[in-house]
Every structure is written in C-alpha cells, then in structure tokens.
Design a binder for this molecule. Structure first.
Ligand code: FES
Length: 119
C-alpha cells in the first residue's frame, strides 16, 4: 500500500482552528471598513477547499477597529488587522494550512486588556 508522506505542515493543518472576524456595524467600525467582504471570502475559501478543521464565527467589537477589520485565530492567539478580502488567501495558505502566521498582517491589541466595557 502506498503511504502518503505527512509533512509538518499537514500535521499543523489538522489542528482545529477557530477564526473570529469582527463584523460590528458602523462607519468607523470593522463592517464599515470591509469586514463583511473579509468574512465572506474566508467562508467561501474554507468551504471551497474543504478545510473542515477551520471554524469561522462573527465576533463583536474588541475596541480595535482603529486597526480594523480585525480577525483572531485561536488557539494561536494571533490577531490580524487592517485586512481586506485580498489578504484572506494568504492567511489561509500560510497560517490556517501552513501553520505560519502572516507577520505582515499581525497587530498587537492595545488599550486595557481586561476591559469590561467592550460592546
Ligand atoms: S468594530 Fe471591530 S474591533 Fe471594534
């Protein structure tokens, strides 16, 4: 029987990943900055490529829309920002499949980490 080689990337790719995209509405919020197109592209590609280990969920505001649209990948704790739909394929290829976060798109969330006033 022919055994298919399993690369490190393949092993990483089979981890369950949960991708949150902020789609909070408002001119200066993520939806007003194009987040719906980011989420739609992500969902279209996850479905088209049958990335069954990737779950996608809308999220509310994390007070980072000055760096929006914002995406968070768990369990990695990687935050992406200033995204447009054209960035999604690179995140899928490099991070969700390849296991390597896309450094050029990463952001560091600022402000009080423990805020209880998030909307
Ligand atoms: S609206 Fe997306 S972080 Fe605030």
């Amino acid at each position: 029987m022919h055994e298919q080689a399993v690369t490190a990337g393949d092993q990483v790719a089979r981890r369950n990943l949960h991708v949150f995209v902020c789609t909070t509405v408002g001119r200066h919020h993520c939806a007003g900055l194009g987040a719906e197109r980011v989420l739609q592209r992500l969902r279209d590609e996850v479905e088209r490529r049958d990335l069954h280990w990737v779950r996608t969920t809308r999220m509310g505001c994390n007070q980072q829309h000055h760096q929006g649209p914002v995406m968070i990948v768990y369990p990695d704790g990687v935050w992406y920002g200033r995204l447009d739909a054209g960035d999604v394929d690179e995140i899928i290829d490099e991070h969700l499949v390849g296991g390597r976060p896309v450094e050029r798109l990463r952001i560091v969330p600022d402000g009080p980490w423990s805020s209880t006033t998030l909307t």
